[in-house]
Design a protein. Structure first.
Length: 436
């Protein structure tokens, strides 16, 4: 426990010493909390208000942001909630659909993860999830399992059903054909091809539709997909390890890469991992693999060393794909290693490459010192290409070699804003997660 307290206090001290702004939360371990507040607006097409979590309306099991309501929106919010005709068990079944959707974590890109539950007379009669792009959607699998019991039943879907012909037929038509009575939608699909059209089609067919049930959780599940749709670039997360005195550490904590460890789970969740040259050039770098059951291994993108040389890592899992990304013509003799040459080795070009590969999320795993990646990090912050960060505070002390991390923090000044800090314990380490 003393080590954990030291790690949190060390990070708080480092933060205060190297930035011109106040840390978003107090780090007096173990008393910490983190609350996400997102602002949504009135959807004229659907006639509903998005009301983020703050205060529970107990009889409806719904939430309304107090500050927004104090500005005169309370009546509108309550009216919108009543119009949805929510059932007391809606939250339970929507959470079940989210649980099912997560069975496909890491497999669906560029598609979102979606789960569906069919309920009739208070019993689940069908369940399904979208396994991967090109295969049937969650609604289809759930309706198949429900069979004739789907008639006059309620379908809970974590994402708005599609209403267009792509690689699969419209899910709206499958629900209509099955004669479901009601559809509860977790969130409206931000994809302009789908957005609100699926809900409207179901309503036009006489089906009762409730939207935005457990919306925050649904958005959290597919934050990478949502980010890619809204920005045109994959969601990028920066990961690194620090000692308790704030120095870079070229490793992850004990147990972190084992099944159930935070690092193993990250490798399962992200479509690609961008590795810095310091980690692939300090001796023979061994590419780890996610130990999670059924995990699809991410694409590993290796960048050249500062001197332009390319170090071939040792691959430990047969399903792991590796690509070398460089701005110089290069030949890699190792069988199975692809080399891609880009005009300029910028973070924007790297993300464009990932997008063209159908990847929604990228984990940037920085090890050792910053090296030549100061400029890439600066580009990521200033151009808002970095969205999230994961910091592991290891229970060890390391003498600083150059102090460049602290200097870089100071040089960024007000352009570096770290938000929504969430600490948690992983073995002997403290994991700090948040947003830029």
């Amino acid at each position: 426990m003393a080590t954990r307290i030291m790690a949190l206090n060390s990070f708080s001290s480092l933060w205060n010493a190297t930035s011109k702004f106040t840390p978003p939360i107090s780090l007096n371990f173990p008393q910490y909390s983190s609350i996400h507040h997102q602002h949504y607006h009135h959807n004229d097409e659907l006639g509903l208000y998005d009301c983020p979590t703050s205060r529970v309306l107990s009889s409806l099991k719904w939430t309304v942001k107090s500050e927004r309501c104090r500005r005169g929106h309370l009546a509108k919010c309550v009216s919108a909630i009543q119009d949805t005709d929510c059932d007391a068990d809606d939250e339970v079944y929507m959470r079940r659909s989210l649980e099912i959707a997560r069975k496909a974590v890491g497999h669906t890109s560029p598609n979102p993860m979606v789960g569906c539950v069919i309920v009739k007379n208070g019993k689940i009669v069908g369940e399904g999830f979208h396994p991967k792009a090109g295969q049937p959607h969650a609604e289809v699998f759930a309706l198949r399992e429900a069979g004739d019991l789907a008639e006059n039943a309620t379908a809970y879907v974590s994402l708005e059903p599609c209403n267009h012909h792509g690689r699969t037929p419209p899910c709206t038509e499958a629900l209509i054909k099955a004669k479901v009575k009601r559809v509860v939608v977790g969130m409206v699909d931000p994809n302009p091809i789908v957005a609100s059209k699926g809900v409207q089609r179901l309503r036009d067919a006489g089906i009762d539709v409730t939207v935005r049930m457990e919306e925050d959780s649904c958005k959290k599940l597919n934050e990478a997909y949502i980010h890619q749709i809204l920005t045109g670039k994959p969601l990028l997360t920066l990961r690194y390890s620090l000692s308790v005195n704030g120095c870079f550490v070229d490793q992850v904590g004990e147990g972190a890469a084992d099944a159930g460890g935070y690092y193993s789970q990250l490798l399962q969740e992200y479509n690609a991992v961008l590795i810095s040259p310091t980690s692939s050039s300090s001796g023979e770098f061994e590419i780890p693999a996610s130990k999670e059951l059924g995990a699809k291994q991410p694409l590993w993108i290796i960048l050249p060393s500062p001197d332009g040389s390319i170090n071939i890592p040792r691959i430990t899992d047969a399903t792991t794909e590796v690509v070398i990304l460089t701005d110089k013509e290069a030949t890699v003799a190792e069988k199975g290693i692809e080399t891609v040459v880009v005009d300029q080795l910028s973070l924007g070009n790297i993300l464009d490459y990932c997008k063209n590969q159908g990847l929604n999320s990228v984990l940037w795993d920085v090890r050792g010192e910053l090296g030549v990646y100061e400029e890439l990090l600066k580009e990521g912050i200033e151009q808002k290409l970095l969205q999230k960060y994961v910091v592991e505070m290891l229970p060890q002390w390391k003498e600083s070699q150059s102090g460049r991390w602290e200097a870089w923090f100071k040089s960024m000044g007000e352009s570096l804003k770290l938000k929504s800090l969430q600490p948690r314990i992983c073995g002997e380490s403290v994991i700090l997660e948040g947003n830029f």
